[in-house]
Design a protein around this ligand. Structure first.
Ligand SMILES: C[S@@+](CC[C@H](N)C(=O)[O-])C[C@H]1O[C@@H](n2cnc3c(N)ncnc32)[C@H](O)[C@@H]1O
Length: 277
């Protein structure tokens, strides 16, 4: 970890310019269990279309909870994880302590994808994974450009980027900024939106005649995540930028990447892309 980028991160948080992702991920680790890990593993294997990652190198840019680094390591990859938020990097350290103590094939650092010299210093990897990260950097297009640097020729780049929803996305930028502005902003946003999320989900389930409990119990099937901590990640997740799937396709196609797998959304979620260099 460089003390400069750690200090810069704290400054951005204090100035209301950044959500503390790492604190939220730290809480998520208290609900992490084998079922969630297996689900995360299943989702990674499905997107990369592999059964294992033996003999492969895996770079996790913006590792968050560290769950997908853990999964890549379980699948046999040599893993390098980094995250700009020191608390996120600490989450990966905690998962390594729990599941792979004293492992020399899992490196963890604090660092930024926007630091081009740092990215170049990492070398090349078979798989570069950056799920839900590059749109939270504050400089998405530069982050997208830097993320391609460590992909070896023939290697894979797996990213997820928030879908552009026009005015709806613009409104969410304002909500997220208000959340990060301080205690009052955060309390107000939580007080308004958490009941809305609960009520909205309940009404949708009633209309569709679904069991409302399953909305919560089945959520772990989405990459092993927790609906509760995802709500806070969504409400606070700032900086926040968006792109259409076409824009992302064009950006990487011009830079020598072919799209090999795509999962899109029509809503406010992410579009997921696997490219081959
Ligand atoms: C939604 S979370 C990541 C989720 C995780 N990749 C996964 O697959 O579950 C976004 C993460 O990006 C990190 N991040 C934001 N800006 C970054 C930057 N410039 N460089 C590296 N990581 C960054 C945040 O600290 C946060 O941990």
């Amino acid at each position: 970890m460089t003390s400069d980028s750690g200090a810069q991160h704290s400054k951005e948080v204090q100035e209301g310019e950044r959500f503390e992702f790492g604190k939220n991920w730290n809480k998520f680790l208290s609900v992490l269990n084998d079922k969630r890990i297996e689900e995360a593993e299943r989702s990674l294997k499905e997107m990369l279309q592999v059964n294992d990652l033996k003999g492969r190198s895996f770079l996790d840019i913006g590792s968050g909870s560290g769950l997908f680094s853990l999964v890549a390591r379980r699948l046999g990859a040599r893993v390098h994880s980094f995250d700009y938020d020191p608390n996120s990097a600490a989450c990966a350290v905690e998962l390594r302590r729990r599941y792979f103590p004293d492992d020399s094939d899992w490196m963890i650092e604090q660092g930024s994808v926007l630091d081009k010299d740092y990215i170049k210093s990492l070398g090349e990897f078979d798989i570069v994974y950056s799920w839900g990260v590059l749109h939270h950097t504050g400089d998405m297009w530069n982050a997208l450009d830097n993320a391609r640097i460590p992909v070896r020729d023939g290697g894979l780049l797996f990213i997820a980027i928030y879908n552009d929803q026009g005015m709806k996305s613009d409104l969410w930028v304002k909500i997220k900024k208000a959340y990060c502005s301080g205690v009052i902003g955060k309390s107000a946003i939580v007080a308004v939106f958490i009941p809305i999320f609960i009520l909205y989900g309940f009404i949708i389930d009633l209309i569709r005649m679904n069991n409302p409990i399953k909305r919560y119990s089945d959520y772990k099937n989405k990459r092993g995540m927790s609906i509760f901590y995802d709500w806070f990640d969504w409400l606070g997740g700032y900086p926040f930028e968006v792109a259409s799937s076409g824009e992302i396709f064009d950006f990487y196609f011009k830079r020598g990447f072919n799209l090999i797998k795509l999962v899109t959304t029509n809503g406010l979620g992410t579009n997921e892309f696997v490219f081959r260099k």
